[in-house]
Structure formats: structure tokens, C-alpha cells
Design a protein around this ligand. Structure first.
Ligand code: NOJ
Length: 558
């Protein structure tokens, strides 16, 4: 039989034209970026510790809403709020027992709606935390899933074929305790059972490993979409996605997980094109082509990022007065990632987060914190400031673990607002506080720094304003390393966009440093935008950079 009839040829042509159109639509969709990201500066709020409005010792949503003017004045345009949903709080809320309900200790869904609305009125977008990979073992879905009788939730989690399956290749297994004769795969702590998104390459010898398109995994995907839709419709502008690369199991190159997020992104581009996702993946070269608008650099996956502020063992950080570690350690990692993601999405470089201790402020003088902030707030991509880092707050050592924080606990202490009781965080008796306030007599506070023109807070404010005022400093502005001195410092980089050219020079060390810039740097004038007034000098040999200890300069090339 001849299949190649004119009718068939026309049908094939039509089908391939539809496919091409879909491809084009898809390609267009995946580069669709909400415009507000370009000049956004994010602020991470750990809700437990930001502001307690009702005097019970723990932060809450109304407290955050009350403090929105502070964030607005600082120039913040985006908030990432750690999980604020119902939870037994064995992992600070990353163990959710109801994805659709604000935890009573923080307030109500109406309080969250009010926070979204007030933030939006002030030009601030709020991103929630999407704990996509797991739930609490107290979640009703898991409680149903662990039952002996088959039910709607039986395949929503990953269960082995028998309780006697004590190990699974590459996976932790929790054995015993369930009604059903099976062990489950946790995603993080043992009480955080992994939701079932299936296996990229299910092992034929382990039939309990379901493919990604099995009914259980498909239902979980749909539910995740429902959760996102619910909060988008209430006013959320996006999500920070917890452990975004962990969803599909046995997915070594991340392709199946990437396909899942690609599907979500296409859906968002159609239905919520103004909303954005940032991933906790720390593989921007994978996460961004998969559909994330932004991906974090994080210490668990990126040694170059880790080296910036908190390296392993005895190594000195890059941003350190010793000058022992060159910025090249970071750039060798960063530059290829930037090239791989250019035009597709943004790399997010955080000052720290609720998982990283010590804080940026520990072991650094005010001026040293300022040099680090000058770096973070002039780099390409989207900066994220961890609450309190703008005033150089310190993390506390040796605190007992709180809500599964362990070594992270010290970086989660209350925000320091002013000189009143509990640094203005809460009116509760100090023993009732979620965590103790830094007891240091000279602890930094917002009020003191607002009154001091030379404070870190005022510098952060000025740098954020600069970032918003200059296209070259926006998320998509080009980046180029201009100069890294042999001994490490100064480090000079260029940002450009729409004909504007800005140079940034940094010296985090305790010694002054000086270098001749490459001859190709031609400028009749370097207009100072922030930092050291006399850093860029011109002499017979061309332009030189001269930086005193712990200093920086941002200049516009004219
Ligand atoms: C990453 C979160 O940042 C961390 O705080 C949490 O413990 C784990 N994911 C598990 O959800």
C-alpha cells in the first residue's frame, strides 16, 4: 500500500507545521521573563525570626507586614519567605502537613493575602517556599499512604516492595513503623517522606520504582500545580523551590526532573507569566534551561561560591582581610555558568541563607561587610540578601538545635531592630523567644544604622538604588572580568548595557593595593558612583586603580 498519497503528504506537512509552531511557541515561552526581575533585589525572611506582632515570642505575618516600609525604604523589590504553612516544625517548616494553610503561629491565609497586597502596593513581590519534594510524615496524604488498604494516596510516596527491603541503591530507606508492608524513601530527614515523582530509569528488578508517567507520579505533579495555583491566585509572585533537582529519582543527569520543570514553566508562561521561580538546585546550567527563571549558587554544590565567604576547614575566604584566596577561585566556576545561562535566566548569588552559618557579618568589620555587599549588589543576576545581613548581623555559636536547625540554628536568631527589649523583635519575656537575640552589647541594629551615615545599612541602601538606576547594573547587564591582580587584589570587573559602561573595583584585604588597568580601558573620565573617590586615577601610563584596605569603587566610564 502506498502511504505517500497527496492527502497523506498534506497531513504530514500540516502536522509538522503545527509541531514547528509549537516548538516556536515553546522556545518563545521559555525565554519569557517577568520584566520586574531585571532590577529586583530580594530579601529572604525566616518568618520565625523577623518580627513578632503579638508578643508570643515568635515572628509572624503581621509582623512582616508591619515592617514592609523598612524593606521598601531599603529598596527591596522581592521577598522570599521561608515555609509558613501548617507543620509539626521538626525541620523549621520544611516538613509541611498542609500545603494550603498558613501555620496558626504565623497567622492565617487572610494575613498572608494582606501581606501580598500591601507588599504589592509598595512595589514588592513575595515568593513563597515550595517544598515540592516531600511532606511531613504527619501529612494526611502520608498517613493515608502508609495504610495497609490501597487508597488514593498509596502511590503518592515511594514505597519499597516489602518492609524487609532495608536498602535501595543510592537512596536512604526508612524501615518499620508503617501499617503497610513496605519501607519508604525519605527526601531529607527521616520524617520527610519523598513524594513520588517516579524514577527516570526504573530498575526492572525493583518494580516498586515507578516510571514518571505512572498514575501516582502524575497525580502528585497535578497536586503540585494545584498548590502553586492556589497561592498564585492569592497573590504570590512566585516560589523558591526547595531541593528542586531532587524530584525524579535515579535521574543522574537531571533530564527527567528538568522535563518536569519545563512542563511547569510552560504552564506558568501561559497562565502566570508575571510570576517567577528560583531553584535551590545550584546547577544553573541545568536548572535555567529546564525552566527556572533563576537558580541559586549554594555552598553544598558550588565550592567557588562557598569560598567567597565561608570555606571549609582552615582555608581563608575570598572576602577576607588576609587576601590569601584569589577571586579566581570563584570566577573559574562562575564565568562558565554565566556563559551557559546567558539570555535564558539569572544566577542568584545570596549573601547567605537560613542554612548557612556563619553569617556574612561574622569575623568581618563594617568596612569588610561593605566590600562584600558592593560585590553582591553589582554582580549580574539577581541578588538575595538574607535578613539582617544588611546590618552585618552575627550568627551565634553553640546554640542548641532548634526545629532541626543543628549547625544552622545560630544563623536564624531574631532580627535586631532597635535598642528596646529583645532588640525590638518581640515584647515576650526573653526566655519565651523562638531563639535568643544576640546578647553582644554592640550588636548592630537597624535604628542605630539608620542614624549613622557611614553604616552598612546606608551603604546597602545606596548600592541598591544605584543598581536600580543603571541599566548596566541590572540582572541582564553584561559582565566581564577586567583585571585580577597576580596577588589576588584588586579585582576589577565591567558591567555594560544599552551603551552604559560601569567598572567595579574591590579590595577586601587589610592592605592597600594598586594596579595598572589594561591599556584597552579608554575613558576620558571615570565618574564616581559609590565608594572610594580617588580609586581610579589617570597618569602617563593610562588608568590605575588604587584601593585602600577594605574598600571598593563603582564608576561610570565616560
Ligand atoms: C533545603 C532547605 O533550605 C533546608 O532548610 C531544609 O532543611 C531542606 N531543604 C529540607 O527541606
Amino acid at each position: 500500500m502506498n502511504h505517500n498519497t497527496p492527502f497523506r503528504r498534506a497531513a504530514v506537512l500540516a502536522a509538522s507545521m503545527i509541531a514547528l509552531a509549537q516548538l516556536a511557541q515553546g522556545a518563545e515561552a521559555s525565554t519569557n521573563m517577568p520584566a520586574w526581575l531585571e532590577h529586583s533585589v530580594f530579601y529572604e525572611i525566616y518568618p520565625q525570626s523577623f518580627r513578632d506582632s503579638n508578643g508570643d515570642g515568635i515572628g509572624d505575618l503581621r509582623g512582616i507586614t508591619e515592617q514592609l516600609p523598612y524593606l521598601h525604604d531599603l529598596g527591596i523589590t522581592g521577598i522570599w519567605l521561608n515555609p509558613c504553612f501548617e507543620s509539626p516544625f521538626r525541620d523549621a517548616g520544611y516538613d509541611i502537613s498542609d500545603f494550603y494553610k498558613v501555620a496558626p503561629r504565623y497567622g492565617s491565609n487572610d494575613d498572608l493575602r494582606a501581606l501580598f497586597a500591601e507588599a504589592r502596593r509598595l512595589g514588592i513581590r513575595v515568593m513563597l517556599d515550595l517544598v515540592a519534594g516531600h511532606t511531613s510524615d504527619q501529612h494526611p496524604w502520608f498517613q493515608a499512604s502508609q495504610r495497609h488498604e490501597r487508597n488514593k494516596y498509596t502511590d503518592w510516596y515511594i514505597w519499597t516492595d516489602s518492609v524487609w527491603t532495608w536498602t535501595a541503591p543510592g537512596q536512604q530507606v526508612v524501615v518499620g513503623g508503617a501499617e503497610r508492608d513496605a519501607s519508604y524513601i525519605p527526601n531529607f530527614f527521616h520524617f520527610q517522606p519523598a513524594l513520588n515523582y517516579g524514577f527516570a530509569e526504573p530498575d526492572p528488578k525493583a518494580p516498586w520504582e515507578q516510571p514518571v508517567d505512572a498514575p501516582g507520579p502524575r497525580a502528585v505533579r497535578e497536586e503540585l500545580k494545584n498548590i502553586m495555583r492556589f497561592w498564585f491566585d492569592l497573590g504570590a509572585s512566585g516560589f523558591r523551590v526547595d531541593m528542586a533537582g531532587s524530584l525524579v529519582k535515579n535521574d543522574p543527569d537531571g533530564k527527567a526532573t528538568a522535563a518536569l520543570w519545563h512542563e511547569f514553566r510552560q504552564w506558568m508562561d501561559k497562565e502566570y507569566p508575571d510570576c517567577a521561580l528560583v531553584s535551590e538546585w545550584s546547577q544553573p546550567q541545568v536548572a535555567i534551561p529546564s525552566g527556572f527563571h533563576m537558580d541559586f549558587l549554594l555552598p553544598f554544590a558550588k565550592p567557588g561560591y562557598k569560598a567567597l565567604f565561608r570555606p571549609e576547614g582552615d582555608a581563608k575566604p575570598i572576602f577576607d582581610r588576609s587576601g590569601q584566596t584569589s577571586i579566581k577561585v570563584f570566577l573559574d566556576e562562575f564565568e562558565p555558568l554565566l556563559a551557559a545561562t546567558k539570555g535564558k535566566g539569572f544566577i542568584a548569588i545570596p549573601s547567605g541563607n537560613h542554612d548557612t552559618a556563619p553569617r556574612l557579618g561574622n569575623g568581618r568589620t563594617t568596612r569588610e561587610v561593605d566590600v562584600a555587599m558592593a560585590f553582591l549588589l553589582t554582580m549580574p543576576g539577581v541578588p538575595f540578601i538574607y535578613y539582617g545581613d544588611e546590618i552585618g548581623m552575627h550568627s551565634l555559636n553553640g546554640l542548641p538545635s532548634k526545629e532541626g536547625g543543628y549547625g544552622r540554628t545560630g544563623a536564624r536568631t531574631p532580627m535586631q531592630w532597635d535598642a528596646s527589649t529583645n532588640a525590638g523583635f518581640s515584647t515576650a519575656p526573653s526566655e519565651k523567644l523562638y531563639l535568643p537575640v544576640d546578647p553582644a552589647a554592640n550588636r548592630p541594629t537597624v535604628a542605630a544604622q539608620q542614624a549613622d551615615p557611614a553604616s552598612s545599612l546606608n551603604l546597602a541602601h545606596a548600592l541598591i538604588a544605584l543598581r536600580k538606576a543603571h541599566p548596566a547594573l541590572g540582572a541582564s547587564g553584561d559582565y566581564e572580568t577586567v583585571f585580577v591582580a597576580k596577588g589576588g587584589w584588586p579585582f576589577v570587573f565591567r558591567r555594560t548595557k544599552d551603551g552604559e559602561e560601569i567598572l567595579v573595583a574591590l579590595n577586601p584585604t587589610a592592605k592597600s593595593c594598586e594596579a595598572a588597568l589594561p591599556r584597552k580601558i579608554k575613558a576620558s573620565e571615570m565618574q564616581l558612583l559609590a565608594g572610594e573617590a580617588i580609586a581610579f586615577r589617570h597618569d602617563a601610563g593610562g588608568w590605575r586603580v588604587v584601593l585602600p584596605p577594605a574598600s571598593f569603587a563603582v564608576v561610570k566610564v565616560k
